[in-house]
Design a protein around this ligand. Structure first.
Ligand code: NAD
Length: 260
């Protein structure tokens, strides 16, 4: 097995790094001085990595469909062989199926197939990627795992399907236990729970003007607006840094103050 030694600094893997919060996180972690490995099912990441990469701060890409445990096995074996592991893992890839008109799926309309797909991407991939990453982190005695959940995993949200809400609540529960297992090895594990953030995933244009719907929703938010991907990336950056060294098992709500 050939193991490429990581030149200097940390290597951060971001799943779902082709779009929205993941893409903003890729940029932010680079600004923080980390080498970044972008993982996404979208092949766009290959070009993106080439564009962002510099000699001092390389950016790598891996195309993988994280709904498949077999594909995760292949992906993680490749990363282990090429890089020896990652120091920071951001489990951000997620899906939120909506009806063609942009409304959520009522429980009576959720097929088992759709339920399983949401669980596979949002929860099982987070479990498998964390299970793999924590081994190498433990050997090196340092690591940061940041899992992206949702406000929908914390409270009732009429726009979220039950499968989505259940998967995100499970990510929070999983991460608490992950923090317990990881703690003795110098690894922290935390969750960020975004409220409404303007990204392709929260685009409800099927219901009319997405912008208007965001503005309407904003009236219920104490800060009177929806969030930006950069604001999420800032929270991830903190949890991936030395500054958060005594923060683990926490859920950081990035939601403009909406708790009801
Ligand atoms: P997005 O749709 O803009 O980006 C999601 C990325 O994940 C995409 O690049 C997509 O290709 C990738 N992805 C999806 N399924 C994948 C799979 N099977 N394998 C590999 N990659 C896959 O979404 P976003 O709004 O940036 O969401 C990022 C995370 O934040 C998600 O976990 C989402 O549930 C969570 N979140 C978002 C909001 C919001 O309002 N945008 C709110 C709460 C939580």
């Amino acid at each position: 097995m050939t193991v490429t030694t990581i030149p200097t600094g940390r290597l951060a893997a971001v799943t779902g790094g082709a779009s929205g919060i993941g893409l903003a996180t890729v940029h932010r972690l680079r600004e923080d001085g980390h080498k970044v490995l972008i993982i996404d099912r979208s092949e766009q990441v290959v070009e993106l990595a080439e564009e962002l990469s510099t000699e001092e701060l390389p950016v790598y890409a891996k195309v993988a469909d994280l709904s498949s445990p077999e594909e995760i096995k292949r992906l993680t074996a490749e990363i282990t062989e090429e890089f020896g592991g990652v120091d920071i893992l951001v489990n951000n890839a997620g899906i939120h199926p909506k009806q063609p008109d942009g409304s959520h799926f009522a429980i009576k309309d959720i097929s088992l197939e759709q339920w399983n797909l949401v669980m596979d991407v949002n929860l099982t991939a987070t479990f498998l990627m964390s299970q793999w990453a924590m081994k190498g982190m433990a050997e090196r005695g340092w690591g940061r795992i940041v899992n992206v959940a949702s406000r929908a995993g914390r409270m009732y949200m009429p726009i979220s399907g039950a499968h989505y809400a259940a998967s995100k609540a499970a990510v929070i529960g999983f991460t608490r236990t992950l923090a317990g297992d990881c703690g003795p090895h110098g690894i922290t594990a935390n969750t960020v729970a975004p409220g409404r953030i303007k990204t392709p995933l929260s685009d409800v244009s099927g219901l009319g003007s997405s912008q208007n719907l965001h503005e309407e929703f904003a009236q219920s938010v104490p800060l009177r607006r929806v969030g930006t991907s950069d604001e999420l990336a800032a929270a991830v950056s903190f949890l991936a840094s030395e500054d958060s060294s005594f923060v683990t098992g926490a859920v950081i709500d990035v939601n403009g103050g909406i708790f009801g």
